[in-house]
Design a binder for this molecule. Structure first.
Ligand code: ZN
Ligand code: ZN
Length: 273
């Protein structure tokens, strides 16, 4: 399989990226990408204890579409530019997210867990609140994904399913998905029941993890349980991370014998590339 489309890309519309959309597009063209799908962050109700760190993950969606439409014209014929979004999930946001998603002509919607139980596990206060119990923290993360999927289903893929392992405080902890089989199965079944897919996110590799998210046991399990598709994204916040490790990832996906489930999106519809 060939991976020449990146379906998880951030730009300066995201609170944690300073890269103008146009720079990402130019980079995409220079590395031969066929498609680039911007998926900037909307995380409503971000917990106030993190505001001091500059965590504001909301933007004017009208301006986002204006910018994308200008750039589509400018780069027509060179690269296909798609308008996606990455929604930060919490069960109590379902109505607000539904309004947002139905108000704009998005091509692609990623649902992601950046918070759980009103903490951001990127910061130590989450782990402090659970006495630095790494195994419990990860288990609770998987449970919360299922709760999110049960509350809200107007998305196309669930993003980076096990990215919390990056932030585990116990550096000796060896992450084995089998340890969380019950919770993982429950969340995968919820996604399958909703008729949705999961994302292969190569950012894990960039952070020095030896695997993309989710780990291959979870990917294989998703299709064994009846899952129907996955997408691939780099989660780049800087141009140099666009399509990160895509050629190696394509080989890995082929070795797992799941490449026939690979999809790209347009107008919220999955397509065989
Ligand atoms: Zn994310
Ligand atoms: Zn992202």
């Amino acid at each position: 399989m060939k991976l020449i489309s990146d379906y998880h890309v951030h730009s300066a519309f995201s609170g944690d990226s300073e890269t103008p959309m146009e720079e990402m597009i130019k980079k995409g063209i220079s590395i031969g990408l066929q498609r680039i799908c911007f998926t900037d962050h909307i995380d409503y109700d971000y917990p106030t204890q993190y505001l001091d760190y500059g965590c504001v993950f909301e933007f004017e969606v009208e301006n986002y579409f204006k910018e994308i439409s200008l750039l589509r014209k400018k780069y027509e014929g060179q690269i296909k530019i798609l308008a996606g979004i990455e929604l930060g999930m919490k069960p109590d946001l379902a109505n607000r997210l539904e309004k947002l998603v139905s108000a704009f002509p998005f091509d692609f919607v990623i649902a992601s867990s950046h918070l759980l139980d009103n903490y951001d596990p990127y910061y130590p206060d989450y782990w402090d609140s659970i006495h630095n119990n790494t195994e419990y923290g990860i288990r609770r993360y998987f449970q919360s994904i299922r709760e999110n999927v049960e509350a809200f289903q107007n998305f196309d893929v669930y993003g980076h399913l096990d990215y919390i392992v990056r932030y585990a405080p116990d550096k000796n902890f060896v992450y084995d998905p089998a340890c969380f089989q019950e919770e993982v199965d429950a969340l995968l079944k919820a996604i399958i029941q909703a008729g949705k897919g999961i994302e292969v996110n190569t950012a894990g590799l960039k952070y020095g993890l030896p695997f993309a998210h989710p780990k291959e046991e979870i990917l294989k399990r998703f299709f064994a349980l009846g899952g129907t598709y996955f997408t691939v994204g780099s989660d780049a916040h800087k141009p140099e991370h666009l399509a990160y490790d895509f050629s190696k990832e394509a080989e890995r996906l082929e070795a797992l014998q799941i490449s026939s489930y690979y999809r790209i999106f347009e107008n919220r519809k999955p397509m065989i590339p």
